[in-house]
Design a protein around this ligand. Structure first.
Ligand SMILES: Nc1ncnc2c1ncn2[C@@H]1O[C@H](COP(=O)(O)OP(=O)(O)O)[C@@H](O)[C@H]1O
Ligand SMILES: [Mg+2]
Length: 454
């Protein structure tokens, strides 16, 4: 994954083993470390033999035998980045029953079957414990789900829902509740790993689940576990990173699930947010633009899900998308649609940034230093201007030989035809000083905003 980090977005595909309800006839196979071959089932009733397989390339492909530990190895970079102040997002996409919850959560009671979320929580705990500096950490956990376009707080005993999503000063998104006491999603400060795991499990247990024909325990909601880590450094600066892990609802078409009534309403809302997600990905990747900085409108506000993921899609977070697929021909249409979504997401470019706030003392020190350097430059510029004016006055002085002047004029005009005259030294100084002024203004701006590009 390391080599793909420059765009800030990685996409991998995970194939699960066939289940007892599937025929076992494969339409998808791993084709090397980073590719899959998709063989469309032969058209119904039509002859002409099987169509040629399509190859899709991703950052990594996990075959049916890949373990939870294998998958987590590629998540480590995102998780460790959080401790260094880089927001991270890991999300699982795919049809119901494709293995999203298995990949993200897994069996939290089984050491080998634990998914990305419990492993990430453990890795964060270990990273904090291994820090030998005098830094102090604060770890906070939120677990929310987006269900029928309402954001529900899964750690709130009152089960508040319809919370608002807001954008913080650092550009990151957070969940905010209605005005009044207890506003905002429950954000629990966690002091040890066991507490973190316990809370996370409680939140996950509160998730709304509805049986469908596809999978008796499939979730019809998007579930978002966020671990925020804030590190107070001994020099007074603060480094803050958020790890957001998203178990998306199933991406299948509702006509296949046999849904009716409330489940049909859920299905249409899920489809709405997933199509909003697809639209955001399309807008970010149209014309090869990749990032949100291209100036075109990115429809983040079209759904709660995309609003929540604003920083993860074309923003400053490091994002890893896992596309979960069944390898069986029974699910060929959904698998192909998931692979296409993943392919498209490969084009998203995030500009990874560190969230660091300098201490007021450090900021003032930097500003004082920048001002002193500016003053020195101003003096240098004034001196250069004076030099330039003195040189021009010397050239215009009377008493020079007229023939030499005429010869000089011809020579100069020939030289001028061949190359532009060199700029006066004071003009060079002015340009350099203007560049430096701009540079210091930018440094000052970055320092004030507390964000440094990496
Ligand atoms: N890689 C895998 N290896 C073994 N079993 C898996 C794998 N992926 C999924 N499963 C099993 O398949 C079933 C459906 O997976 P699940 O994660 O619930 O799907 P989703 O969350 O996408 O609806 C579960 O019983 C799960 O344990
Ligand atoms: Mg699930």
């Amino acid at each position: 994954m390391e080599s793909h980090g420059s765009s800030g977005t990685s996409v991998c595909v995970r194939l699960r083993p066939p289940n007892s309800r599937e025929s076992g006839v494969r339409c998808l196979a791993r084709a090397g470390d980073a590719a899959v071959a998709f063989s469309p089932p032969a058209a119904e009733g039509g002859g002409g033999g099987a169509p040629a397989p399509n190859q899709f390339t991703f950052n990594k492909v996990y075959g049916e035998g890949a373990t939870q530990a294998d998958v987590f190895e590629d998540c480590r970079r995102v998780v460790h980045g959080v401790l260094a102040g880089v927001n991270g997002t890991i999300m699982a996409y795919g049809q119901t029953g494709s293995g999203k919850t298995h990949t993200l959560i897994g069996d939290v009671t089984h050491p080998e079957l634990r998914g990305i979320v419990p492993r990430a929580v453990q890795a964060l705990g270990e990273g904090i414990a291994a820090d030998a500096s005098a830094a102090e950490y604060e770890v906070r956990l939120t677990v929310v789900e987006i269900y029928c376009e309402r954001v529900r707080d899964l750690l709130d005993p009152l089960g508040r829902d319809n919370l608002a999503i807001k954008q913080g000063r650092d550009g990151g998104m957070f969940v905010e509740g209605a005005p009044g006491p207890g506003r905002g999603a429950t954000e629990v400060c966690v002091t040890d790993e066991a507490q973190l795991v316990g809370l996370m499990n409680a939140g996950l247990a509160a998730r709304a689940v509805t049986a469908t024909n596809m999978n008796a325990t499939s979730s019809r909601s998007h579930c978002i576990v966020t671990v925020a880590v804030e590190k107070a450094c001994p020099d007074g600066s603060t480094v803050a990173g958020k790890l957001r892990m998203v178990d998306l609802a199933g991406s299948e078409r509702q006509d296949k699930t046999g849904a009716a009534g409330q489940t049909l309403v859920e299905g249409s809302q899920i489809n709405r947010s997933l199509s909003a997600l697809a639209n955001v990905v399309a807008a970010l990747t149209e014309g090869g633009g990749g990032g949100a900085g291209g100036g075109s409108h990115i429809p983040y506000r079209d759904s709660k899900l995309t609003r929540m993921l604003q920083d993860s899609l074309g923003g400053s977070a490091r994002t890893l998308l896992v596309i979960n697929c069944s390898p069986c021909a029974d699910n060929a249409a959904e698998t192909l649609s998931s692979l296409r979504f993943g392919s498209r997401a490969l084009g998203i470019k995030n500009t990874v940034a560190v969230n660091r706030r300098l201490s007021p003392e450090a900021l003032q020190q930097q500003l004082a230093q920048a001002r002193a350097e500016l003053e020195a430059l101003r003096r240098e510029m004034a001196a250069l201007k004076l030099d330039g004016a003195a040189g021009a006055a010397a050239c215009a002085a009377p008493g020079r030989d007229a023939a030499a002047d005429a010869f000089g004029a011809v020579a100069v005009s020939r030289a001028a035809a061949e190359q532009p005259p060199p700029p006066a030294p004071w003009a060079v100084g002015l340009a350099v000083a203007a560049g430096l002024l701009l540079y210091f203004a930018l440094i000052e701006d970055w320092a004030l905003r507390g964000r440094l590009l990496v």
